[in-house]
Ligand binder design. Structure first.
Ligand code: BJW
Length: 229
């Protein structure tokens, strides 16, 4: 029998043990800043300097050499390398820890912190430095249009067609470290339910736990390597 096609969805919980905060835990990002102030197109239109400051700080944190992929990121890269069937890793995370662990069949559906996008010409550029309202676009040269290449509330997530096609053919769907509160990602399990085996790997039951066939609860660095072994 052919190896089943696998889709893995990851969220902020997989990077927590690497030292990056989640969003909705008690010590999470949304406990310190309001979504309406930093993570909507309206917030950026109203106060771009405030939004740049928020993402500049997150980018600086990601440049810290102490922030490294953990055992869960590595386990997924190893699974991809040895899996004989189709494999796709869809991450909601804007960090680059899956890339750095060696994952290649990887889609960042909420964008990437280490990239910037020009609102004038649409070019997406690698970006490790701070952004400001005066930063010129390296592609078209115009200033004032650079924004973080991330998906804010009310914006369309990226790669949705490719993700939809992979969900259509998948035989195993695994969600890791995500609270199941943000759509459309939280709805992927319901889309594949009944046709694919569905497994939740999370610290605790997510908001959509009832849609999964199985769940293993614990720290990602412990349960993910064990699950893929
Ligand atoms: C551990 C752990 C450890 C901790 N080990 N586990 C349907 C119904 C209702 C609303 C909507 C709907 N469809 C769309 C919406 C609107 C909205 C939405 O979902 N709102 C809800 C809040 C209700 N969705 C959108 O706006 C999306 N766009 C969209 O739907 O477009 C459609 C459209 C159509 C037509 C025109 C235009 C648009 C876009 C969502 C964008 C989300 N953006 C963010 C910010 C990205 C940039 C940044 O990083 O700043 O993405 S918000 C934030 O949440 C971030 C994350 O990717 C996302 C998900 O969070 P995640 O990863 O699940 O983290 P947490 O913190 O929530 O959970 C962590 C989990 O880990 C917890 O369960 C812990 O227990 C666990 N954990 N330690 C294992 N060690």
């Amino acid at each position: 029998m052919a190896a089943p096609s696998i889709v893995v969805l990851t969220g902020a919980g997989i990077s927590r043990e690497s030292g990056l905060a989640t969003f909705r835990d008690a010590d999470g990002i949304w406990a310190k800043v309001r979504i309406e102030d930093v993570a909507t197109p309206e917030a950026f239109a109203r106060d771009p300097a405030r939004v740049h400051a928020f993402y500049n700080a997150r980018r600086a944190q990601l440049r810290d050499p102490a922030i490294l992929p953990n055992a869960a990121h590595h386990a997924l890269a190893e699974l991809e390398a040895r899996w004989p069937g189709d494999f796709l890793l869809v991450t909601q995370n804007v960090d680059s820890l899956h890339d750095r662990a060696g994952s290649r069949r990887l889609l960042h559906m909420h964008g990437e912190l280490m990239k910037a996008r020009c609102r004038h010409c649409g070019a997406v550029s690698p970006w490790e430095a701070d952004l400001s309202t005066a930063t010129p676009c390296p592609a078209c040269g115009k200033a004032g249009g650079m924004r973080p290449h991330v998906v804010w509330f009310g914006e369309m997530p990226l790669h949705m067609e490719e993700i939809g096609a992979a969900l259509d053919r998948c035989g195993l769907f695994v969600a890791i470290g995500t609270s199941g509160q943000v759509y459309p990602a939280a709805g992927f399990v319901a889309e594949v339910r009944g046709r694919a085996r569905t497994v939740e790997l999370n610290l605790e039951a997510s908001a959509v736990r009832g849609d999964f066939d199985e769940a293993r609860h614990g720290k990602a660095t412990e349960i993910v390597p064990r699950f893929v072994a």
